[in-house]
Write a protein that binds this ligand. Sequence first.
Ligand code: PLP
Length: 401
Amino acid sequence: MFSDIKIAPPIEVFSLTAKFNEDNRPIKVNLGVGAYRTNEDKPWVLPVVRTVEAQMACDTTLNHEYLPVGGLPEFSYNAMKLLLGDDNPVFTENRVLGTQALGGTWGLKLAAEFMHRHLGVDVVYVSKPTWGNHKGIFKDAGFSQIKEYRYWKADTRSLDIDGMLEDLKNAPERACVILHGCAHNPTGVDPTNEQWKMIADVCEERNLTIVMDIAYQGFATGKLDEDAAAVRYMQSRGFEMFIAQSFSKNFGLYNERVGNLVTVTKSNDAVLKVKSQMDLIVRTMWSNPPNHGARIVCSVLNNPGYLSEWKEQVKMMAERIRMMRHQLRQKLISLGTPGSWEHINTQRGMFSYTGLTEAQVDVLQSRYHIYMLKSGRINMCGLTSNNIDYVADAIHAVVSG
Ligand code: PLP
């Protein structure tokens, strides 16, 4: 039965880590992984998460009953407040729905399934480049066309806003567009406020179906509200839209799969209808979501003391990333590495699109045992005070030819 099955192509980010783990050189650096690392190059369990987990372990009122199909209501509610702001009128007007999902990935999947089954949308536009999973998620949900809008301008190492607007203007009416809420993966380049206005204008003109993907709230500026500004702006323009929220990165809860799909509608009546259909989609996909991670997030967001601890811890992560950006740029400049490295400093979030070519990436891996995605994307957290000189020297050598 299985003998004719073809071997699937490897998933780049995971096969890179496997290669890194097999590499037995004493000096090696993994800049490929999509998770936060401390300056000791270790995963970090946030102290506030540890505190809440310890409490949960002793709390005899908790049990392992199924959660409702749509998830833990207080989790979704607090998650949405974090995203849209406490005093957002959508809450008093009861025209927003939160559906707990398995990380940001399944929030997107849920939105894609909903659009395909109920809204008749089957064309999606993703940024070029985008997170490696966007295309696959929408393809699997039955979208017939996966299109790209221009985003990264290689020569200026910045946002190709003219290209982006032109491509979206040419999109068919009601096509879905995925917009990264902040800290764009993989480029680290976000639109400015003025550019968001232009993007919103085109979405309005073309009546596009907006999905905002926010997997890094807090990582762009270190401030939760500031990082939600683009999402809040788009929502304030009056669009009905989806927003896929992930707590994998900002809570360091990667393997707990904590996400929330936010659906903003124009009326409470629409919320009720959407919820009934959303629940049916969830029912056949995972039936009921897991409890542990969502309860941690909810307990933190719901408690002013824990909330401010968490905000500090998010800020620490963002600051370490910013420091690594700054130092890498400084080192490349002081080495006299050809080219401008300002973009490393101005890009935001966990990733930097270095502009290194595929050939240079190959040499960095084979000669220096520095691992990164073929596109030249690096995870800034893979840099530490121990390895940054080594990495800067290697980039210098490779770029200088
Ligand atoms: N969206 C983007 C842009 C991401 O970078 C990621 C994860 O890397 C996700 C969504 C998915 O997040 P999660 O791990 O919570 O499923």
